[in-house]
Design a protein around this ligand. Sequence first.
Ligand code: MTE
Length: 334
Amino acid sequence: MFIGKPPDIPSSEVTSESEYLRFEGRRRFLRRAATGAAALGAAALGADRLAAAIDPRTTVLAESNDTQLKTVYSPLTTTGERLTPFYDITHYNNFYEFGVSKSDPAEHAGDLPTRPWTVRVEGAVKKPRTFGIEDLLKLRPLEDRVYRHRCVEAWSMVIPWVGYSLSEFIKQCDPLPSAKYVEFLSYYDARVERWSHQDATINWPYHEGLRMDEAMNELTLLTFGLYGQVLPNQDGAPVRIVVPWKYGFKSPKSIVAVRFVERQPRTTWNDQSPEEYGFYSNVNPNVDRVPWSQKTERRIGLPFYDQLRTTLMFNGYGNQVAYLYKGMNLSKYY
Ligand code: MTE
């Protein structure tokens, strides 16, 4: 059992920089860089240069329009790695509600109704309530955070997300002390997501979960955008979770409910294949997942000869998250 079909070679690997730059929003993002380095384009923009580009001290505030977000620099950004081009991040996706091949979500997710949008807070909380997306966008300053993104299918990207720590939102939810886990539910409407039947084994809606301390770790991001713009539908608009030290399937898209629960919740891929996809699913090069070895990964958006990377424990975020698993046998709790 595996997620979708084995990775294809994306056509975007041969995408020219000029094609990439035709994205208007992306151009605006680059314009925010104070130096001529911006002209080098995204493919050549290293993450530290991105950080300089989005540092408020060197940044002209974003022009306001429907898609652009006002963002601030984040010290939690990963530095030093080349960003994956916008085109690849938005055309090589897993979003099974919209089809099983990597290019399907970009083609089909246009009808996802992202406004109005609400997120219900339920379960072990002082008072259940509902947040509108506009309120969520205003709750905290939106940070630019560059994270590595590692899929269990052994491909990876480096993505400049926009959002704030999920912990900030959880504090507003007033969970009860009995809340030990957080469960997330994605939007599901079979009339809109007409392709969801292609993977008939998934029990919709897409559901995921984290232990409370994982959800409260500052790296766990409530995510509203990427490359300074609102999330494209295929990437989980208008709000998703990103957990950078876990395989990508632990990062549910287009969430409509956050439920605080006492027991470990069921999760989409664990339901499907518990032997392969554990609840924790931390990136771990020492535990393979059929049919992929997890020792290496293919970095999307680079020339073929330059794609291979060694996979790092916790996707390289061990300093920030290893304490969460102290004393746990991670081969057993995979
Ligand atoms: N969320 C929903 N609702 N539906 C999905 O199919 N796929 C997951 C995760 N979140 C998925 C989802 C998987 S398998 C991965 S690898 C990531 O989203 C992919 O995120 P990306 O397309 O933005 O790279």
